[in-house]
Every structure is written in C-alpha cells, then in structure tokens.
Design a protein around this ligand. Sequence first.
Ligand code: URA
Length: 241
Amino acid sequence: MESQRRARLRRMGIDTWTLKDQSPPHGPPSLSAPLPALSVTTESPVEGTDWGPLEERVRHCQRCPLHETRTQTVFGIGDMNARWMFIGEAPGEQEDLKGEPFVGRAGQLLDEMIKALGLERSSVYIANVLKCRPPKNRDPLPFEADACESYLVDQLRLVSPSILVAVGRIAAQNLLKTTTPIGKLRGLVHNYHGIPLVVTYHPAYLLRAQTEKRRAWEDLKLARQTLAGVTLKRASDGLHL
Ligand code: URA
C-alpha cells in the first residue's frame, strides 16, 4: 500500500519531498482564515431539488448559448455522499464527448492527485463550474458561470461535502467571485456556501509546469488538514460524521 502511494506521488513529481510527511494530520491547520460555519451541511437541498430532477434540468438547460454548441452536458460524477468535492472549470473536448468531467490527460493527473491523498476517484465528487463546454475551450464568461451556478450549489447541498478543492485559477476565481491571482488564493482556507474551500493548480497547468506539483501537494495537504479540523469540530458538536 505504502509503496503504491509513494509510486503515485513519484508520478506526481513529489517523491523525496513527500516522504518526510508520513504522519497523519493532527490538530487544526495553520489557517489564514478561520474555519467557516458548516451551514451547508445542515441545510436541506432547495425544495424540489433531488438528484434525478436536478440532472434532468441540467440535461435540458438552455440558460446560456453554450447549449447550442455542446454535444451533451457534463453533470458531475462520484460518490453522492463524498466528503471531498473537486470543482474544475468546464468540460473540454473529451468531457463534452463522454459526458463526464476530467477524463482527458488532465483528468488522469487529477486522479493521481486524488490517489495521492489515499482516495479513489469514485470516493470523491467531481464537478465543474460550467456544465457545458465553451467553444474551443475558451474561458467561461461571467454570465455563463452565473447562469450555471445554482446547479453547482444544488449539487453541493445534495453531496454535503466537508471540503472543497477548487481546481485551477478559473474555477477558484469564479467560485470566489474575485480576480485575485491564484498565487494569492492558494494557501488560504476560503468559504464557499459555508464549506471550506482550498485552491490548487489545474492539472493541465501542472502537466506543463511539473515543478509546481510540489505546491499542488501542499494545497492538497492543507485541504486534508482542514478536513481533519472539520471532522474534529463536527465530532465535538455532536454532528453525524
Ligand atoms: N478541465 C476542467 O476544468 N474540467 C474538466 O472537466 C476537464 C478539464
């Protein structure tokens, strides 16, 4: 098991550095922001919102012109009760064809990042800010992200994760409604609808900038530490874990 984990980390380019960090996280992370209230975890989904109707609404969505160019919508995938939720930017070409987020090369690296945490792709939930592919993979336009946001928030309420990872600058800036550069968003614990959110680099960027993989691993460790803090807090609050 451990050797497999090390091999995965090596594939991420974070071998020797990571081996110093074998111990599980203890205590609260050194946060630059206080842990947010866990409001979403106690909220019910919007009335009438359940997985089936929500998927159906997304499938037929015509809220923005992206419906004209999509092959199909890309809803999201994974454990509907996951504690970890990864949120990317938008489907690319392969995702648009397959109807599943992160299935291309970047997706393979995201899977490695998830495995480096000791998790499986199937045990987390993965979604995007946009459910439709922007033509030629251009950046999402603000009104497209706005039009799509309620779908993501409904997914969030249904999954009720304990930690969010914003995958890449575009996802982070859209979720946090900011133009702050990713370098300044990383390393902090943000709050998205009451759930702690950590920002990391997009795997497509990491494929081009291999040396940044160490930083991405730092981000994932911050997320893991934050989750440990959330778990402790829930336990001390007597909430169902
Ligand atoms: N990049 C993303 O942000 N999301 C995907 O689903 C695929 C690539």
